[in-house]
Design a protein around this ligand. Structure first.
Ligand code: NAP
Length: 237
């Protein structure tokens, strides 16, 4: 179908927490938001909530570990809109058993990588042809301060003693992905945010934890690419 002038965003794992708030704030700027979720009930429910706020938000089934759903999602976007302006790779996991190198089971590495790295790259690969058809696309990879090699070795970093091998390595890889393409690709660190991800132990609210991802998704044309940042500014790789 011919490319429509309407601005379209896809956010993965958007049925709750940081992804949900990112969907809400991007939709508030007039963008049509495709709310990606792996579970139909949770996805429909979340999209209905934002529609009730008067926003153009539509549920799009996508499990980032299931290639058939990724391909189907790309085909739906192509059919309905012909392009994609914003991709936020937000869906991510941390698994039980993740910890220091000495004790982390290899299964924890495999499971975490399958979602956080391979899943997000699979989504990016499938969406790239659609991103290329947009006049000025943005990709935001939601990373983590725990994926910063510099911070991991900095005794002053607040989480220096939190070693989650699988998660940290997965987020470091994601931060670098595609940073040298023409499309603006940046990575955000939400900061320690109270969500289901950490049993609500995070010290920030969800709007605070979503702010940098939203800013990077809506960067102006003279904005940067290949950066990694949080609410306070650039995070060292
Ligand atoms: P969350 O509350 O656990 O939400 C994660 C979202 O990802 C959920 O919607 C979940 O769907 C979805 N998801 C997980 N696996 C998926 C898959 N295979 N396919 C599609 N969706 C999937 O986590 P959050 O705190 O909002 O975290 C969002 C992102 O921020 C993650 O990438 C995380 O690594 C990153 N981050 C979080 C913090 C923090 O302190 N919270 C700090 C740094 C970075 P279901 O509801 O179906 O499970």
């Amino acid at each position: 179908m011919p490319t429509s002038p309407q601005k379209i965003a896809l956010i993965t794992g958007a049925n709750k927490s940081i992804g949900f708030e990112t969907a809400r704030q991007i939709a508030k700027t007039g963008v049509t938001v495709l709310l990606g979720a792996r579970n139909a009930e949770r996805g429909e429910h979340a999209a209905a909530k934002l529609k009730a706020e008067g926003l153009d938000v539509r549920y799009l089934p996508i499990d980032i570990t299931d290639h058939a759903t990724i391909t189907a999602a790309a085909a739906t976007i192509d059919k309905d809109f012909g392009h994609l302006d914003i991709l936020v790779n937000n869906a991510g996991i941390i698994v039980t058993g993740d910890g220091p190198v000495a004790t982390t089971p290899l299964e924890a590495l495999e499971t975490t990588y399958r979602t956080n790295v391979i899943g997000s790259i699979a989504v990016t690969q499938a969406m790239l042809p659609l991103l290329r058809k947009a006049p000025s696309a943005r990709v935001v990879n939601v990373s983590s301060g725990l994926g910063s090699i510099t911070q991991a070795g900095d005794p002053k970093y607040f989480a220096v003693n939190n070693k989650f091998l699988a998660y940290a390595v997965s987020k470091a890889a994601l931060a670098w992905e595609l940073r040298d393409t023409k499309i603006k690709v940046n990575a955000s660190d939400p900061g320690y945010t109270a969500t289901d991800f950490n049993n609500h132990h995070g010290t920030q609210t969800i709007p605070e934890g979503s702010a940098e991802t939203i800013r990077l998704a809506l960067l102006p044309d003279d904005g940067p690419t290949g950066t990694f940042s949080d609410n306070a500014g650039i995070v060292p790789w």
